[in-house]
Design a protein around this ligand. Sequence first.
Ligand code: GLY
Length: 282
Amino acid sequence: MGFSIIVHGGAGKIEAASAPSRIAGCRAAAETGYAVLERNGSALDAVQAAVVALENNPLFNAGTGSTLNREGKVENDAAIMDGATLRAGAVAAVSGVRNPVKLARKIMEAGPHILLAGEGAHGFAREHDVELCDPAELVVAAQRAHWEKEHGTVGAAALDAHGHLAAATSTGGVFDKLPGRVGDTPLLGCGTYANEYAAVSCTGLGEDIMRVTLARHAAYLVEQGAEASSAAREAIAYCSGKTRGEAGLILVDRDGGLGFARNSVNMPVCAMADDARVVLEI
Ligand code: GLY
């Protein structure tokens, strides 16, 4: 059985000068996830490893490098979903957690809940030995001027050698958001979704992605027989037709088919498959 992974670094407009480092960041994250798949690891571990790599890269709006809310603070959203079992974990509006996707995974493993928010999510992290940090450590001063126009959510979707799919997404949300604002990322079927047919991670304006349940819409198109790349394009066209929001998504299907589409100017993407396919896109 083949395996593949695709990652994104967020929809938006990227200045030419920063394009190479953003695509390199996506490639490094895809390689991290690919290495897990190569060792016969699970799609779940692969997407988590890829998203952790992006969260730790200050160029991206997730983990370290997250955008600021109206009070100048970082509040993160993240989700992870296992397509084989439909198990999932998610966090919303949480502060002071170094890698929100790891917290999402812990919530998934612990059960019975899927989504924890704010103080409750922070308390859960403390109790389950998820690494906490001073929220100020997630703010990268040098990036401050660029946050609004360039930063994007990060995500990964993968198929492992056992035929299982998984998706994960992580974000600092949108610049200048109200405290407590939650976007599409931690909402299953909106910013993140995986089942036995497809794994999907979305990026863009959360409010509009929620309106069209974009990730589930794309997965449903695959279930109905669409090929991965057509499903990605059709889902984005649907979102553009119904809303005005900037959006992009990545997708892997159960045959290892890879799809991505955006209506934004840019969305850095790196995809890698075991047949030596490597796709890089800005
Ligand atoms: N898509 C990220 C957000 O709107 O929060």
